[in-house]
Design a protein around this ligand. Structure first.
Ligand code: NAD
Length: 287
């Protein structure tokens, strides 16, 4: 038989993203076995039952003998996971993650390992949903989606290529980016929109104690309620981990929102038209 790209993939945190990667990796035919560890035994048993993983164990059991280790827990749980896996990680193994913030992962690795080894390659698939848990895992979750890797300057190029090959086989397009750039871009395109959704839905729910208003949730507002149904723990972790970049973009947004408020108050139609026309034109930049 052909030598697999990775003989053993160890996934720590078998939820939506860890489970989806496990499924996609198995389907790719490029990996020998996929084992998982999770603080929830139920998720692990379910993972085997659903055919998402080949087996499970403790962090030390699955990391020993793994040539690829993927951390897929909420970002603020990363330090604890790194501490648990460090004594068992093979020197040749590739260590990556799927967390939504990358500066925090680098900091966690530095805290536990001292520095970033050449085979520590932070990652973030720009795919997912408001669902969580292994039951929501899908083998095609990453198809036609981007995966951002933020390799360190001293990265082992062969390791980077190996990891990129796995993601590509999962249907993703891989791009590399600087850690800070990643966190700024995601603060703007993902974190702020989620914050606005949480805030808007909470405001409206507070205005209408009977939640009558949600009966009329259609079109625009419906999308906000879907986004606001995202996992609270995962998102509280993201905002606390990407604090500076998020604060910058919140301030910018708050200022612009106040500008719109001002234009409405002053019945300045021209100002409103200017903003709306610019925003509409910006959409044409999507491909
Ligand atoms: P999830 O809730 O579906 O899965 C997380 C899993 O981690 C759970 O099974 C939980 O039991 C386990 N876990 C939590 N703390 C742990 C610990 N200390 N030790 C071991 N296991 C632990 O969440 P998810 O959506 O799969 O998110 C996982 C990671 O992926 C997060 O860092 C998130 O930022 C990132 N991410 C999520 C999305 C998304 O849309 N959901 C997209 C891209 C990246």
């Amino acid at each position: 038989a052909r030598k697999p790209l990775f003989r053993r993939v160890a996934v720590i945190g078998l939820g939506l993203i860890g489970g989806s990667l496990a499924l996609a990796a198995k389907r790719s035919g490029l990996v020998g076995e996929v084992l998982a560890a999770d603080r929830s035994d139920e998720e692990l048993a379910l993972g085997v039952e659903l055919g998402v993983i080949d087996g499970y164990g403790t962090v030390s059991e699955i990391v020993a003998g793994a040539d690829l280790v993927v951390i897929a827990v909420p970002v603020r749980a990363t330090v604890a996971v790194l501490q648990a896996l460090q004594p068992h990680l093979a020197p040749t193994a590739i260590l990556t993650d799927v967390g939504s913030t990358k500066g925090s992962f680098v900091k966690a690795v530095q805290e536990v390992f001292g520095d970033l080894g050449p085979r520590v390659i932070p990652g973030h698939p720009i795919a997912g949903s408001e669902k969580s848990g292994v039951r929501a895992a899908r083998g095609d979750l990453f198809e036609d989606h981007k995966v951002i890797l933020t390799p360190p300057d001293n990265v082992d190029e062969a390791a980077l290529e190996q990891l990129a090959r796995l993601w590509t086989a999962c249907g993703a397009t891989v791009l590399t980016m600087e850690v800070n750039r990643h966190d700024e871009v995601l603060a703007a395109t993902s974190h702020l929109p989620h914050l606005i959704a949480f805030s808007l839905v909470d405001t409206l729910a507070g205005e209408d104690q009977n939640m009558e208003i949600f009966r009329y949730a259609a079109g625009g507002f419906r999308d906000f309620t879907r986004i606001a149904a995202s996992d609270p723990v995962m998102w509280h972790d993201i905002f606390l981990s990407n604090r500076e970049a998020v604060l910058r973009v919140i301030d910018h947004f708050t200022e612009d929102l106040a500008g719109l408020r001002q234009a409405i108050e002053a019945q300045d139609g021209a100002a409103l038209l200017r903003v709306f026309t610019r925003a509409r034109a910006a959409r044409n930049h999507f491909s």
